[in-house]
Design a protein around this ligand. Sequence first.
Ligand code: SF4
Length: 254
Amino acid sequence: MLTPLEIERLSEEFETKTPQEIITWAVDTFWPQIALSSSFQTQSMPLLYMASRIRRDILILFLDTGYHFWETLIFREQIASEWQLNVLDLYRDSRWDSFARRQTRALPFEDPNLCCFMHKVQPMQKAMKDMLAWISGIRRDQTSVRAQAKILELQEDGLIKINPLLNWTKDDVKRYMEEHHLPSHPLLEKGYRSIGCSPCTIAIGVNDDERAGRWSGRGKIECGLHTEMFTHKDVSEVKNDFHLDVSSVENNGK
Ligand code: SF4
């Protein structure tokens, strides 16, 4: 096990390493208790491509929220099949089902924090329970929250988050995709430069920030996977972030 000091030192050392070197270190260090998360959008392609070439059977987690564009689900199937990826789809805990079904259409608009918590944060927390390390594709140039991230981040429960692409820019992504002839999500050409769930993603202009189309006009820039929300494992610890009353399912989604 690495100490917090060793993780801090390695994280600084990795600032000058390539994503491939960081992924190779992570796989060698934590295998088999390591997984990579991917939303299977255009920007996800470099990390998926690199990691699957370093270790073909690396576990890839896809959050199937039930709100994805049909194009995303088809693209995910196509890439997983062509690249022979080991993809596991994650779903919300069934204990939310009756609550969520009553609000299916309204939930992403009325309470996006709660919607992201039950469809993204909690399923990922559950998937990470038996893991030592989680590789994510976030970059510092994406949001103000991500700008503060480190390449290695030790969470309170001992999970180590690894962000190999943190120092990449959108131009690095574009260049790598061109060099390796990687496929793009079919909605990219229609102006969807960052793609999440359908109710929370709009097409944007060429000069807009890459993530300007995510939760546009709703004062939200992160789903919670890469914020403090991820460290809260009990509904009661985060219910103040929600608009809707979750008392009927409180402590029910652990
Ligand atoms: S991105 Fe939107 S639809 Fe998807 S989980 Fe979050 S709030 Fe719900």
